[in-house]
Design a protein around this ligand. Structure first.
Ligand SMILES: [Zn+2]
Ligand SMILES: [Zn+2]
Length: 336
């Protein structure tokens, strides 16, 4: 098979690789049907890289496929089963794993970052990195399993009441997944803010209640206009918006910090947080959100395929990355 191998420094090189076979008892070989391009992939392929990945692997962690072959020790799935990838493989032995904080494992490996990923026709993965998903979930919804699991995990941190108004700062694919999820969860008004016109128009198309173009409008004033007191819950899907989030939340409201910007040091007016009695949650990839995410997708109450703008073949992976990076696309999936 011809697969794009990550060479470091933003370079992908297509090379011939033998079709993988099970090697260890817990190995599963998956015939990949599709794999979404993630913001993490954009960061891996940036120069200089904004996210570490091991040269020599295939990247891609938002994969859906069919089990092709299993190792001798695999009991949870068999050939023919439809599966999605839960990319973070924890060690089960470190101090955080032993506290039940699997998302903070000190020794994790990640499919598509440190191990071969799903931008390939076939990939060999350990069984514990796979979850079965029902045939009733169309491929283009199932391909959102991993990003949706991060959003489901973050939403667990800040439970909302029916009718709560939610402000989401950042209208990329993750921000809009939050919008879809909170609509399913029974939120009141869902407001989405961004600086990119394309993204805001997209948000309107999927039916959010209001959009705010921060390049042209005063976010705080608009949120007050729409919600009166401020948002009950604010999601920062950007990674440096705590100060704005604190001002946009109503007194006693909640903030979820979800976006990741390791190099930014935003200035925050701490007084607002204290005086307004705000609760702030950091939320990283989610604590064991996988089973609930499968159940949610199988219920069909969330259909994230509305975010797909492009479906490209594997030899156009770099083009798909460009489309997302230049914000000419919302979500691009690669079809094998
Ligand atoms: Zn992802
Ligand atoms: Zn661990």
């Amino acid at each position: 098979m011809q697969v794009p191998i990550f060479q470091g420094n933003g370079v992908l090189e297509y090379m011939a690789r033998p079709r993988p076979q099970p090697q260890q008892p817990d190995d599963v070989v998956v015939k990949i049907a599709a794999c979404g391009i993630c913001g993490t992939d954009l960061n891996i392929l940036a120069t200089p890289p904004a996210h570490k990945a091991t040269p020599g692997i295939t990247i891609g962690h938002e994969g859906i496929g069919i089990v092709e072959a299993i190792g001798t020790g695999v009991t949870a799935m068999q050939p023919g089963d439809r599966v999605v990838i839960a990319p973070r493989l924890t060690c089960g032995q470190c101090a955080y794993c032993r506290r039940g904080l699997d998302n903070q494992c000190s020794n994790y490996q990640t499919i598509g970052t440190t191990l071969d990923g799903a931008f390939a026709p076939y990939v060999r993965l350990p069984a514990r990195g796979l979850f079965k998903i029902g045939d009733e979930v169309p491929r283009d919804d199932a391909v959102f399993f991993e990003p949706l699991s991060c959003v489901v995990g973050a939403a667990k941190r800040a439970p909302i009441q029916a009718g709560d108004n939610v402000l989401i700062i950042g209208a990329g694919p993750m921000g809009l997944l939050f919008a879809l999820l909170y609509r399913t969860l029974g939120a009141g008004k869902i407001i989405v803010a961004d600086v990119a016109k394309y993204r805001l128009e997209f948000a309107q198309e999927i039916g959010v209640d209001a959009v705010i173009n921060v390049a042209q409008e005063d976010l705080i004033a608009r949120v007050r206009e729409i919600t009166n007191l401020g948002a009950d819950l604010v999601i920062d899907a950007v990674g440096n918006q705590l100060d704005t989030a604190a001002k946009a939340a109503r007194r006693g409201g909640q903030i979820v910090l979800f976006g990741l910007r390791p190099l930014d040091n935003p200035t925050v007016n701490q007084y607002t947080i204290t005086r307004h009695d705000l609760t702030i949650h950091g939320a990283f990839v989610g604590l064991l959100p996988f089973v609930q995410t499968i159940q949610l997708l199988e219920s069909r109450r969330i259909q994230p395929s509305v975010l797909i703008t492009h479906r490209l073949p594997l030899d156009q992976l770099a083009h798909g990355v460009d489309l997302m990076r230049t914000q000419q696309a919302m979500k691009v999936i690669i079809e094998m």
